[in-house]
Design a protein around this ligand. Structure first.
Ligand code: SF4
Length: 299
């Protein structure tokens, strides 16, 4: 395939996919919301879940975004080192965002720092954000599209602790953040926790934790235990759907980790809201694709 033709096809795929993600939640979030609704006993909590499902149905029928805040658009890549369009990724994704913004349409959420001016097309300085992982000996690319809403980005915080603070200190930080800001983020929440030796590592890992499928566990049994304990504790706070109280506060708690400096332990939290708009697509070098997050969807 000619290079320019491949660029045009990938731009088209990513524009359509970004548009689609603004309107449809991934399979695991849909399944989790249904499961959580079944655990609620109070009529108010059930009504809140019913309004979410009604909202999602209307978004599908009317072909409109499922939340007015379509967020800052972020792409997290696992790019094969042999994928033929690596040099074109930035212009492809910029153009895909501009087109999705117009065609969906998506709200304009890119405000330039210092200028304090909204660019009007969801692109700006380093936005859409692109995070790269290069995969050796691979010729495809897997793209996570994420719409980072304002309310669910608000609890995003991090801190570097003295090592004596230990995992108790990490846990206390998570609970301080969630009890202060969790309610702003349209619960039930997906809580991503990053633990490492410096703050940017922890922050990046906390966001990547939000891309793990719900129900997955940290492969380290201690990490998995910590996820389960924090999840239980956050549910016991009783925030409930939309913060109106209920049996469950969270859809899940995911921890990602990196080895730390002996003298530091950094922790960061990122949060996804009930309208957790993330999508995963794999594109092969011949521009055929498979959508992994929303089974059976063809763009
Ligand atoms: S927190 Fe999520 S559901 Fe609530 S307004 Fe923001 S993007 Fe929408």
């Amino acid at each position: 395939m000619h290079h320019d033709q491949a660029v045009a096809i990938m731009t088209d795929i990513m524009a359509k996919f970004t548009n689609y993600i603004g309107k449809h939640l991934p399979d695991d979030i849909m399944e989790t919301l249904g499961r959580l609704r079944a655990t609620e006993n109070s009529p108010l909590a059930k009504v809140v879940y019913d309004s979410m499902f009604e909202n999602l149905k209307k978004a599908d029928e009317l072909n409109r975004p499922c939340c007015q805040d379509t967020g800052v658009i972020q792409f997290f890549l696992k790019a094969g080192a042999d994928f033929p369009l690596l040099s074109d990724i930035r212009p492809i994704l910029d153009e895909a965002v501009r087109r999705a913004t117009q065609e969906a349409p998506l709200r304009h959420n890119a405000v330039e720092i210092f200028l304090e001016k909204n660019t009007g097309n969801n692109t700006g300085d380093r936005i859409p954000w692109i995070d790269w992982d290069i995969v050796p000996n691979d010729s495809g690319i897997t793209v996570e599209v994420y719409m980072a809403g304002g309310g669910c980005s608000l609890p995003g915080q991090g801190k570097t602790l003295m090592p004596a603070a230990g995992y108790e200190g990490v846990t206390q930080f998570v609970f301080d953040v969630m009890t202060s800001y969790g309610v702003n983020a349209c619960p039930p929440l997906l809580v991503g926790i990053g633990i490492g030796g410096s703050i940017e590592v922890a922050a990046n890992l906390s966001k990547k934790a939000l891309f793990r499928p719900i129900g997955s566990r940290n492969p380290d049994p201690r990490g998995s235990d910590m996820e389960i304990l924090i999840e239980k504790g956050l549910n016991e706070i009783g925030i409930g759907p939309q913060g109106l109280s209920g049996t469950n506060s969270v859809m899940g708690v995911h921890i990602e980790k990196a080895a730390r400096h002996p003298s530091t332990i950094s922790v960061a939290v990122s949060v996804g809201c009930w309208a957790h708009r993330r999508g995963t697509i794999h594109i092969n070098k011949d521009m055929s694709y498979e959508i992994l997050s929303h089974k059976g969807v063809i763009l």
